[in-house]
Design a protein. Sequence first.
Length: 177
Amino acid sequence: MRLPTKVELISSCFAATWVIWCAWADKTTHDTYLFDGVLYKSVIVGISFLISVFMAWRVYLRNKYAADRVKRLFGVCLTVMMCLSFTFWNVPELVMISSANQHVSDNYRFKMKYPIQSGGRTRPCKARVIYYDTYLKREIALCHWDDAPSFFYKDYIRVDKLISGMGGQVLYHEAVN
């Protein structure tokens, strides 16, 4: 058994940092909603695609006469694109959170939606509370597990959120009469 080399240790540290970044960004931006999230995500995927094509082209120029160059090009292109997309996927939401400066609390009418089958591990939640947010101009679905019965026989949901010019982040919600 041998000790890991310096390159292996540095690579492992970068990989662990990358996984921690992706998990933290996903958890932080869980209840964040953008006005036009599809546009931001499309730009991120488009830029990462262009960078990955450039990287694959550089690999092609370096190994012009390699036998498996198509597999190598596809592998480099796909790997770089996925890494860049995962790394920057939540950046628009993080920018929105950092620029949010106004606290808003409103009451909304809501409806409940239950899964057709039982919850279990494959379902993300037991019940969904769905309301139309007038600021974001879209429906928002909030997931509930154990506290879903607290929404029975209630008329409104009170939602506290931070808003900015890019969207809003739901901080807290509860059922009210």
